[in-house]
Design a protein around this ligand. Structure first.
Ligand SMILES: O=C(O)CCC(=O)C(=O)O
Ligand SMILES: [Fe+2]
Length: 313
């Protein structure tokens, strides 16, 4: 007999001190989900699998220019990504912040190719930022809004190839008004200089949403999140976050994979049957949130059930 806890029962819940730190700073990590060599091998395989869209829930040809949204939710057709969103190292930590009933409502790839601009400073509460329509709504009595994002480094992320940047402690107050409109201009991509740094938001300019048009992010307080392949970091989407440009000094792509979690009581895509943003439009017909912990507390949400999953995979 061994007294070691079997791996399946090991809990990765955050400690009280870590939860306090998370609430103060708006982020915590990085933590390790995979060893660097393991992640390199997984990514080599998964990167190729991503090219096969035959089971992807959104076709990428509904409207031209839809590359950002056709990147969404590949966990609904890829086995590795499906396992990743439910990985104990991640979900135990997220549940220790959000409570036991947790859904994953969105995943997104964030590639940064050599020479790409940095991601603009931004915060997201309802995720109406690009579509003009709230994508998540917390119950009326909720203390918080936004989502927990777990950003996993599928490749190395360092300053020169565009790692994330956070401004600690900025998650309690929105500097952007998501009921305002941003204008999509794919020609602006990689073309806008902001105080000496090339930054944009995939064809949008986040400054258009500023509550105070004269305000500027306190970039002196920004911290760079340098990560090994296989590490992940947890942050509120309402935290001021951005990324450095890829300087193009090396030809390695930086690949981040963001998984977004909320308590299962939150309404996802309320009243919408499609998403329209980044110049594209996708139907939510085959979409479902995935219950990664506990129970579903919102009968109104479209969920991936064993039956729909059978059809999707
Ligand atoms: O990876 C990036 O550059 C941006 C990621 C981001 O904004 C997010 O995960 O919410
Ligand atoms: Fe973001």
């Amino acid at each position: 007999m061994t007294t070691d806890t079997p791996k399946a029962q090991q809990s990765f819940a955050l400690s009280e001190a870590e939860i306090d730190q998370f609430h103060q700073q708006g982020f915590i990590g990085p933590f390790t989900a995979y060893e660097p060599d393991e992640m390199r091998e997984i990514w080599r395989r998964t990167r190729l699998q991503m090219l096969d869209r035959s089971h992807a829930v959104y076709p990428d040809d509904e409207l031209s220019g839809a590359t950002n949204i056709s990147n969404y939710d590949r966990h609904l057709d890829n086995d590795f990504l499906a396992a990743h969103i439910g990985k104990r190292e991640i979900v135990d930590r997220v549940a220790s912040i959000l409570g036991p009933d947790v859904i994953c409502w969105r995943t997104e790839f964030f590639p940064k190719h050599p020479g790409d601009e940095g991601t603009d400073w931004h915060q997201a509460d309802t995720f109406a930022n690009a579509s003009g329509t709230p994508q998540i709504l917390w119950p009326d009595n909720a203390e918080f809004g936004g989502t927990i994002t777990v950003w996993s480094a599928f490749t190395e992320a360092k300053v020169e190839n565009g790692c994330l940047q956070f401004i600690p402690g900025t998650h309690q107050q929105m500097n952007y008004d998501e009921t305002k409109k941003m204008h999509y201009d794919p020609n602006s991509i990689n073309g806008v200089d902001k105080d000496g740094v090339r930054r944009g938001f995939f064809g949008y300019d986040y400054r258009e949403l500023q509550v105070d048009p004269d305000w500027k992010p306190d970039e002196d307080a920004a911290v760079s999140q340098i990560m090994e392949p296989g590490q992940f970091i947890i942050f509120w989407s309402t935290l001021m976050h951005a990324s450095h440009p890829h300087e193009g000094l090396t030809n390695d792509m930086r690949m981040g994979f963001a998984t977004r979690y909320v308590p299962s009581s939150v309404s996802v895509y309320p009243g919408s049957d499609h998403i329209e943003e980044y110049g594209g439009r996708i139907s939510l017909e085959r979409y479902g949130s995935v219950l990664v912990s506990g129970e579903n507390k919102n009968p109104g949400n479209r969920m991936v059930t064993e039956t729909t999953r059978g059809k999707k995979f």
